[in-house]
Design a protein around this ligand. Structure first.
Ligand code: HEM
Ligand code: HEM
Length: 179
């Protein structure tokens, strides 16, 4: 069944807004923006936190209190919020990040991020999450989580993150923030 955004409003205001913003655009760079994200991806992440297959000391207890219906409604709510335009700030990093995002590094078997996350960072509904406009600090943290494989497991992303250096992660995250 499809989620009903109107039914999510009370929980959003009481719980999620403090960290993710009432319109899904978060202020603090450790908290991901959720606005405009595909509802299927949001649902999958909330279920993963609830089951403990994605680990976060902050989000696991939040997700534990949500019913399947809450998860559908909250995901529908954040999916229909409008993502705020953001700009990357570091021009040199953005240039390096752009090359990686759009072309990968063939010689090291790193695919173009664009292949799955789209040329404009909007991902592919029901398959690949939107990344555009996300806080760079959050993106770097997730790339490291995939690389280490303790908090987050996902086959393509683990294989890719294991090949990225710290500098490459920072650069691609800066570019993504401005997409
Ligand atoms: C991550 C939803 C409440 C802090 C996430 C993600 C979702 C989500 C879907 C994953 C985003 C992604 O993968 O791009 C919600 C909902 C909430 C809620 C629906 C309300 C019921 C909170 C609260 C806090 C918080 C109250 C702060 C106390 C975070 C943080 C992450 C996160 C820090 C990143 C976790 C990580 O490092 O993997 N949240 N959230 N959230 N949320 Fe929430
Ligand atoms: C998730 C970055 C390439 C498939 C993510 C996330 C980030 C990311 C930051 C987490 C999003 C969030 O938490 O909101 C990148 C970068 C890439 C890249 C920087 C290039 C260097 C790819 C490629 C594929 C892919 C080529 C497909 C083959 C996925 C999938 C997820 C994901 C399936 C969701 C994982 C999950 O459900 O936990 N990516 N990505 N990515 N990416 Fe990528």
């Amino acid at each position: 069944p499809k989620g009903d955004p109107a039914k999510a409003k009370a929980k959003v205001e009481q719980i999620c807004a403090a960290c993710h913003g009432v319109d899904g655009n978060s202020a603090a760079s450790a908290n991901p923006s959720l606005a405009g994200q595909h509802p299927e991806y949001l649902e999958a992440q909330l279920v993963a936190f609830k089951k403990g297959t994605r680990k976060s000391a902050i989000m696991q207890p939040q997700a534990a209190t949500l019913s399947d219906e809450d998860i559908r409604n909250l995901s529908a709510y954040f999916a229909e919020q409008k993502p705020k335009e953001r700009a990357g700030t570091n021009k040199a990093l953005m240039e390096t990040g752009k090359k990686l995002y759009r072309g990968g590094v063939q010689a090291r078997g790193i695919p173009a991020c664009m292949a799955c996350h789209g040329p404009s960072g909007s991902g592919i509904p029901a398959q690949y999450p939107r990344l555009g406009g996300q806080h760079a600090a959050y993106t770097v943290a997730q790339l490291n989580a995939f690389k280490l494989g303790k908090e987050r497991a996902n086959l393509p992303m683990q294989q890719i993150a294991q090949k990225l250096s710290d500098d490459e992660m920072k650069a691609v995250a800066e570019y993504i923030a401005g997409l």
